[in-house]
Design a protein around this ligand. Structure first.
Ligand SMILES: O=c1[nH]c(=O)c2[nH]c(=O)[nH]c2[nH]1
Length: 327
């Protein structure tokens, strides 16, 4: 392999590969945390939008010479994902992706690495009458418009077997509004400043999170005690937002990240991407009411990116104990 080729960006694959399997074995035995009532995922509908990329030096001639002799058609990639979904024995997206990556590496010896991302297609139970009350239907589900769990994994062939070189789990499009209990003041005031300081604003945020396990094995669900469900991560974010009188989105995401990593020491880090979608005030005071009238914010929007690691948890603990000791 020449030095130039070693670092060349070269991949091809298939996107929007939707795959649905019903009645996958439920994920149970998760560790219970105080922020969440989520204890199991029933997996009645195990549905994902997948994107797969194949990588390998052997594909160079398909680009440079139009030689398709080693090309696995992207149409075949889609078929492999569909048919092999029936053979997956586990119950998590992470485990499913690893299983599929290994199918490709085992079947085609000229593939060097497989990168696979899955975004959940989420379904919620609908409620149906039971006696005087209601219960979850076990056959009818509603496609949810809310947040979606995501997973990415890259498995590479090495002389000693396949190796996971990239893995993360996440959730995208979490949209949360806190109607009071958020401020934003104390920022630079100069000739460019027009934004008024806010002691209390209706903070509307869009959040995408990703988290990495220190040991990828913990993310497969083989030991459910070590597995972290996206639902639990969301519940921690909801709780932190509820409890913290936040001074900015920056401060909020740091707190969410610390709380997630304290609850789940098996995670190495949490990565945030957030947008500020705070509503714009139209009528500030309404007689005899605590409320106001708002409209959608006008573009452009603000954003933040931040990674919280277990080192941050350690440093915060040390700083908190110093403050505690000096009191
Ligand atoms: O939480 C916020 N952080 C900022 O950095 C910022 N900047 C801004 O105009 N509004 C906000 N809100």
């Amino acid at each position: 392999m020449t030095a130039q080729n070693e670092n060349r960006t070269m991949f091809y694959g298939k996107g929007d590969v939707f795959v649905y399997r019903t009645f996958v074995q439920p994920l149970t035995g998760l560790r219970k945390i105080p922020e969440s009532s989520f204890t199991e995922r029933d997996n009645t509908i195990f549905g994902f939008n997948c994107q797969i990329s194949l990588k390998g030096e052997a594909f160079l001639s398909s680009f440079t010479e139009g030689d398709n002799s080693l090309v696995v058609a992207t149409d075949s990639m889609k078929n492999i994902i569909h048919r092999q979904a029936a053979n997956y024995q586990g119950n998590t997206a992470e485990g499913f992706l690893k299983f599929i990556c290994e199918v490709f590496l085992d079947k085609y010896s000229h593939i060097d690495a497989v990168e696979l991302t899955a975004t959940e297609v989420p379904f919620d139970h609908v409620l149906v009458p039971k006696g005087e009350g209601h219960e979850n239907s076990d056959v009818v589900y509603r496609c949810s418009r809310n947040e979606r769990a995501t997973t990415t994994i890259e498995v590479k062939r090495t002389p000693t077997g396949s190796k996971i070189v990239k893995h993360s789990s996440g959730i995208v499009d979490v949209h949360l509004i806190k109607v009071k209990g958020s401020s934003f003041y104390g920022f630079i005031q100069d000739e460019y400043t027009t934004l008024p300081e806010a002691q209390d604003r209706p903070l509307f945020i869009y959040l995408d999170f990703d988290w990495e396990y220190s040991r990828w094995e913990d993310g497969t669900g083989a030991d459910p005690e070590k597995y972290v469900a996206a639902e639990q991560i969301c519940d921690i974010a909801n709780t932190a937002f509820h409890e913290l009188n936040n001074r900015s989105i920056q401060q909020l995401i740091y707190h969410i990240g610390i709380r997630i990593l304290e609850r789940f020491p098996q995670l190495a880090n949490v990565q945030f991407k957030t947008n500020n979608r705070t509503w714009e005030t139209v009528v500030e005071t309404i007689p005899n009411s605590e409320g106001s009238v708002y409209q959608e914010p006008r573009p452009p929007y603000g954003f933040q990116g931040f990674v919280v690691t277990q080192e941050d948890v350690k440093q915060k603990k040390a700083a908190d104990s110093t403050v505690g000791a000096s009191r």
